[in-house]
Design a protein. Structure first.
Lengths: 232, 326
């Protein structure tokens, strides 16, 4: 596969692994990320993987763009020997509806379903995490059934509480921190997706397979208290 | 120790930002004007990477609860000590009980107060920068409020006295202040999606005058001046953005991404501001304006290298002055 290189800035170079999102381009991003983590070249300041790109940041006082490209090319000769980390299976418990998911009824009505049917469809899928970005620990998740797709709200909410699970178009996601947003909110998870006290401050990683499971409010409270105690 | 008597518009602890965690979605944060921050630290005898107080537009009132040595660089927000105007871009010894306050913003939008020893606050993910939205870093994860007390790290024995004596011997010596223009020309490289824009947009971005809109903050500045459009509408795949990326959402008004930018974005990027010119834009206030001028990646790297050399020379000059006085 031919990778392309182009500058994001005078201190950052983008490696594109493909023009579209597919297994190959995503797998290449994961392999390249694994390689950069393992080899950690001295000139590398940091890198940001996305769907089909890995962006590397460097110091032009140490080396110029052409040299960074050369360094990367010789590093990438090892790509075939690197294994992308095996996908992990992670369960995300969700307390659906009520105060936690004020838009569950909208999503149901919009699709001509009952709330129970929306929950059944949301919990039956196997989803994959394409990338982490936008907010700390925020996963871009693919694999939602179009039967429960719903448009964004016309006027965004100013505050969506952390850990809220939502739907926007064909996507589903979880807000790791309180933020404004236009997603339809269907429930809340007691899990913390952003864990600043951990070496890797994101619960999820690109490549993870996730499933949503339904819990009731009592279970939610219990698990939330445990999470908060573990990370306080 | 410093006590905040009045917090001002937004006063928060920042350093050069959180490096290495953007791949987990954690934003970089850090100072808006890295040049002014680094020089303030050097003048206060700190490492360039130490945390300073970033002060925006309407400054705070700060009481020093002990003798300290400080330096203020950046935009001119009319600092004064016990009512007497305080010269920026040089070090000052401040006596216990002195009060630092700010007046009218004369030029620029942000000032940096460096205190010798810097602040004794926790390091979160390798940085002391305040990440307001996540409530981490800095002082308790938030901007400073009235009554907050900031501890400083102890200085080696005799250091404060030495800084004080050195400074008294050269009252007129200061670093040439950075020039913040009212309507700067900001050099910009073509962005990753530059060629996807229509011809009119590619021309106008370098010709029009853009004004900073009122809905601008540390995350980004929204610009008004010309509505830019792609040759044909298309959905882009989200990818990394950087400090100074100029992205264009569907409404056509460009947004310059700044210190508190998200790690990734899906809007097309028409440009990328040369890092040496970032302070010019960070120091603009809403309502002020700017023009963009084209620069190549090669030339932007050259300017960056020259500026780093200049900072190294300033560092040496400050050290030599100190030795001369000792």
């Amino acid at each position: 596969m031919a990778f392309t290189f182009s500058p994001l800035s005078e201190q950052a170079l983008v490696i594109e692994t493909g023009a579209i999102i597919n297994k190959e381009s995503e797998q290449a991003v994961r392999k390249l990320s694994a390689l950069l983590e393992k080899e950690a070249p001295e000139w590398l300041i940091e890198f940001i993987p996305a769907f089909t790109t890995v962006t590397v940041f460097y110091d032009p006082c140490q080396l110029k763009q052409a040299e960074v490209e050369q360094e990367l090319k010789s590093l990438m000769a090892q790509m075939d020997e690197v294994e992308a980390p095996a996908p992990r299976q992670i369960e995300i418990p969700v307390c659906y509806g009520g105060d936690f998911g004020p838009d569950l009824c909208f999503v149901a009505e919009h699709n001509g379903l009952t709330e129970e049917e929306v929950i059944a469809i949301h919990t039956s899928g196997i989803y994959s995490v394409h990338m982490i970005g936008f907010a700390p620990g925020f996963p871009f998740i693919g694999g939602m059934s179009e039967k429960i797709a719903a448009p964004r709200r016309k006027s965004p909410r100013l505050r969506i509480p952390e850990r809220t699970v939502g739907i926007a178009g064909m996507q589903t996601g979880v807000y790791p921190i309180e933020t404004p947003g236009g997603w339809q909110l269907i429930g809340r998870t007691p899990l913390r997706l952003f864990v600043p006290d951990q070496d890797i401050p994101s619960l999820l990683r690109a490549g993870d397979e996730i499933r949503f499971t339904q819990i009731d409010e009592a279970e939610y409270r219990e698990q939330e208290a445990k999470q908060d105690a573990d990370h306080s | 120790m410093l006590t905040i008597r009045k917090s001002g518009l937004q006063t928060a602890v920042q350093d050069l930002g959180r490096t290495g965690f953007q791949r987990y979605g954690v934003i970089a944060s850090g100072v808006m004007d890295p040049f002014a921050h680094r020089i303030a630290n050097l003048l206060a005898g700190n490492a360039e990477t130490a945390a300073t107080l970033e002060i925006a537009l309407s400054g705070p009132v700060i009481e020093f609860e002990a003798d300290h040595f400080i330096a203020i660089c950046g935009g001119d927000l009319s600092p004064s000590l016990d009512g007497e105007p305080l010269t920026m871009w040089r070090g000052h010894f401040v006596r216990k009980g002195s009060v630092l306050s700010f007046g009218e913003p004369k030029r620029g939008a942000r000032s940096y107060v460096a205190v010798a020893g810097s602040f004794d606050i926790p390091v979160v993910m390798d940085s002391q920068s305040t990440y307001l939205r996540a409530g981490i870093g800095g002082f308790k994860g938030r901007a400073l409020k009235n009554g907050d007390s900031l501890q400083t790290r102890p200085l080696p024995a005799g250091r404060l006295e030495a800084l004080k004596n050195q400074n008294a011997q050269a009252p007129d010596w200061l670093i040439p202040p950075a020039r913040y223009h009212e309507q700067p020309i900001v050099r910009m490289m073509p962005g990753r999606q530059f060629t996807l824009f229509n011809e009119e947009s590619r021309t106008r971005i370098f010709e029009e005058t853009f004004t900073i809109s009122a809905s601008s903050d540390r995350m980004g500045y929204r610009l008004e001046g010309a509505e830019l459009a792609l040759e044909k509408q298309e959905e882009l795949i989200s990818e990394a953005v950087a400090f100074g990326s100029v992205q264009v959402p569907a409404d056509g008004n460009p947004i310059v991404l700044l210190a508190d930018r998200q790690t990734t974005g899906g809007y097309p990027k028409i440009g990328q501001i040369a890092s040496v010119d970032l302070p010019l834009i960070s120091q603009l206030k809403p309502g002020e304006s700017l023009k963009f001028r084209h620069i190549s990646v090669h030339d932007a790297q050259q300017l960056y290298i020259e500026q780093e050399q200049q900072i190294r020379q300033l560092k040496i000059a400050i050290q030599m002055k100190r030795e001369e006085w000792t």
